[in-house]
Design a protein around this ligand. Structure first.
Ligand code: CDP
Length: 221
C-alpha cells in the first residue's frame, strides 16, 4: 500500500502521515526532510542555492537516512550525523525551495524515494508524491488549510523549541515558500489527479486522521 500525502507548509502532512503509518506499522517517509538535509549540507559547504550542478552531486552522494528516535518520532541523518533539529532552522527554510527546484536535485532524491516506496507499505509526504514520485499510489491525499492557520501551527511548533517568530513573519515565510513551490516548472505543488482534497483549517488532528484512515481502510478492502 502506498499512501501519498501532499500539500503546502503547515497543513499537517507530517503529523498525519506519521500517525497513519504508525497505525498500520508502515514506513513513514518525510521527503521534505530529504530536501532540507541537502539544503543544510549545501549551506555548510558553501554551495550556492543557484548552483544546480554542485547541488545535484551533493544530493546524489548524500547519505540521508531515517531512524526512530527515543519517542518513536523519526530522526533524520546525514551520514551518521543527526540533523533532525538543524534542518528545521530558518536559514534552511529560507533556501530549501530554491534548492529543491533544480532538476539535478529532484532526480537524485526522487530516485531514492522511489526505491524506498518499492520496498513496500509506505506513507510518503511532500509536494509531488501523488503527481511525480508515485503517480500510481493507492491513496492520494492533498492536505491544505488557510494560510493564517498554517502559520499559527508552525509558530506553535517553533515556540515549543524555544524559537519565537511573529504571526505576520510566519505568514510571509510560508506564503513565499508556497508561492515558489507552486510556480516552479518541475514537479510544482498541486493536487494530483484523483487526490482527495482535505481542508484541515477547522479540523482537529484526530478528525483528519479519522478521515484519512477511512479512505485508506476502504482501499485495503
Ligand atoms: O514541513 P514543511 O511543510 O515546512 O516543508 P517540508 O515538507 O519540510 O518541505 C520543505 C521544502 O522542500 C518545500 O517547501 C519544497 O520546496 C521542498 N519539497 C519538494 O520540493 N518536494 C517534496 N516532495 C518535498 C519537499
Amino acid at each position: 500500500m502506498i499512501v501519498a500525502i501532499d500539500g503546502p507548509a503547515g497543513a499537517g502532512k507530517s503529523t498525519i502521515s506519521r500517525l497513519i503509518a504508525g497505525r498500520h506499522d508502515w514506513t513513514y517517509l518525510d521527503t521534505g526532510a530529504m530536501y532540507r538535509a541537502v539544503t543544510l549540507l549545501a549551506l555548510e559547504q558553501g554551495i550556492a542555492p543557484a548552483d544546480g550542478e554542485e547541488l545535484g552531486l551533493l544530493a546524489r552522494n548524500a547519505e540521508i537516512g531515517f531512524q526512530p528516535g527515543p519517542d518513536g518520532s523519526p530522526q533524520v541523518f546525514a551520514g551518521c550525523r543527526d540533523v533532525t533539529e538543524e534542518i528545521r532552522g530558518r536559514d534552511v527554510s529560507a533556501c530549501v525551495s530554491e534548492v529543491s527546484a533544480h532538476r539535478s536535485v529532484r532526480e537524485a532524491l526522487v530516485e531514492k524515494q522511489r526505491s524506498i516506496a518499492a520496498a513496500g507499505d509506505v506513507v510518503m509526504d511532500g509536494r509531488d508524491i501523488g503527481t511525480v514520485v508515485c503517480p500510481g499510489a493507492d491513496v492520494k491525499i492533498f492536505l491544505t488549510a488557510a494560510n493564517r492557520e498554517r502559520a499559527r501551527r508552525r509558530r506553535l511548533e517553533l515556540a515549543q523549541k524555544g524559537v519565537e517568530v511573529s504571526q505576520e513573519q510566519m505568514e510571509r515565510d510560508i506564503a513565499a515558500r508556497d508561492d515558489y513551490d507552486s510556480r516552479r516548472e518541475l514537479a510544482p505543488l498541486k493536487a494530483a489527479a484523483g487526490a482527495v482534497i482535505i481542508d484541515t483549517t477547522n479540523m482537529t488532528i484526530e478528525q483528519v486522521v479519522d478521515r484519512v484512515s477511512g479512505i485508506v481502510e476502504k482501499q485495503l478492502k
